[in-house]
Design a protein around this ligand. Structure first.
Ligand code: ZN
Length: 381
């Protein structure tokens, strides 16, 4: 009996290993990406950052003990999508790699794996867009779009695309976060990016820094931005932690301890962002989005997203003057009940039958912004 069970177990293991192998092979693609054609109208170029003086004590890496801070408890229950950049093109000579052939895709993946470990210990469900040297689809641009869609399909709370940068100037080396389009497009992207880039600056002590450290992806692809960010429906950011084209940085990036340190910077940044709260907006009335009858009233419940603590009940934690309501992209007046967090819209003139796009924006007291969501309201007579 025991022998039969043993054989069944071994057989099951062989089958699952074969299935895993097949899944892995199905995910590996070897189509080259389209050749990079520089666009003269494109602003693509990386200026050097502001150099930190050689010998400045700031350049010494701070000690690290990997002890999660107490506020990391607020990560529990979240679903975070990590997107290690690229993958699947190791065989292409010179593709996103250092002079000695160390591939960006590999360093991105290693950092993501360390970060996954930290997040798992804090009770986060981690979804990886890839966990090996492959890309998501055979077509390069389809693969890019598939990455944030995965975050949506898996109902993730955050999407973080993890990269390392390169440029022709070998001195250049600073961290940056790329957000989609304009700051006001979805301000929560910037909240997340700012939190992470601040920590990368602190933990990696790169020889340069660059102003805000925040850049629009329109700087790379004019009026389009990065596909991975454009299609994300949750706070999404693309981080370029450092420049692998800098020879000193290449040496550091080959050290697993350094990659783990970088992952720690992400982890602390994400934990700080989440502690600051992820504000939400819910439609209360009309619950089905269809408005009938004479009295036209649309109501939203605003949830500041800050952790519960003493005084959090009944004390407003939303910055009232930051509130903004638009209908079809036009600002409209509204009433706001601060204690209940209820925003009410009553038109001065009855709205004509049709479909209207409502959007509410605000920041909470820790200055995190809600994800602007469109609520389509249909007026029927
Ligand atoms: Zn990259």
């Amino acid at each position: 009996m025991g022998r039969i069970v043993g054989l069944v177990v071994i057989f099951a293991l062989i089958i699952s290993a074969a299935m895993a192998q097949e899944k892995m092979q199905a995910s590996v693609v070897h189509d080259p990406p389209p050749p990079f054609v520089p666009d003269p109208n494109n602003l693509y170029s990386f200026p050097t950052g502001t150099a930190v003086a050689k010998g400045d004590p700031w350049l010494n890496l701070p000690p690290i003990d990997f002890a999660p801070p107490p506020y990391a408890r607020y990560l529990k229950g979240l679903r975070i999508c990590l997107d290690p950049g690229h993958g699947g093109y190791q065989h292409l000579k010179g593709y996103k790699s250092t002079a000695s052939g160390y591939s960006e895709a590999l360093m991105d993946l290693d950092v993501a794996r360390y970060l996954r470990e930290f997040l798992l210990k804090s009770g986060v469900t981690v979804v990886m867009t890839r966990d090996g040297d492959w890309d998501l689809k055979k077509d390069y641009s389809e693969a890019l779009s598939a990455r944030p869609m995965l975050a949506e399909i898996d109902n993730c709370d955050l999407f973080i695309s993890m990269h390392h940068n390169a440029t022709s100037n070998s001195e250049t080396n600073f961290p940056s976060a790329f957000y989609h389009a304009f700051p006001g497009y979805s301000y929560s992207n910037i909240d997340l990016g700012r939190a992470i880039v601040n920590e990368i600056e602190y933990w990696l002590r790169l020889p340069e820094f660059a102003g805000t450290g925040l850049y629009s992806d329109y700087l790379i692809y004019n009026n389009a931005g990065f596909a991975v960010l454009r299609q994300a429906k949750v706070p999404a950011i693309l981080i370029e932690a450092s420049f692998f084209s800098n020879p000193d940085e290449e040496v550091r990036l080959k050290n697993p301890d350094y990659l783990k340190r970088e992952a720690w910077a992400y982890y602390i940044g994400i934990a700080k962002y989440v502690r600051d709260g992820m504000p939400k907006v819910e439609l209360i009335s009309p619950p089905d989005g269809i408005l009938t009858g004479k009295e036209q009233k649309v109501q939203f419940h605003l949830i500041d997203g800050c952790p519960e603590s003493w005084g959090s009940k009944g004390t407003p934690r939303i910055v009232k003057w930051s509130l903004n309501l638009t209908i079809n992209d036009l600002n409209v007046p509204f009433e706001y009940d601060e204690t209940g967090g209820i925003l009410t819209y009553r038109p001065s003139q009855p709205l004509q039958p049709g479909k209207y796009d409502f959007m509410v924006r605000y920041v909470n007291m820790r200055k995190n912004s809600n994800i602007p969501r469109v609520f389509s309201i249909t007026i029927q007579q």
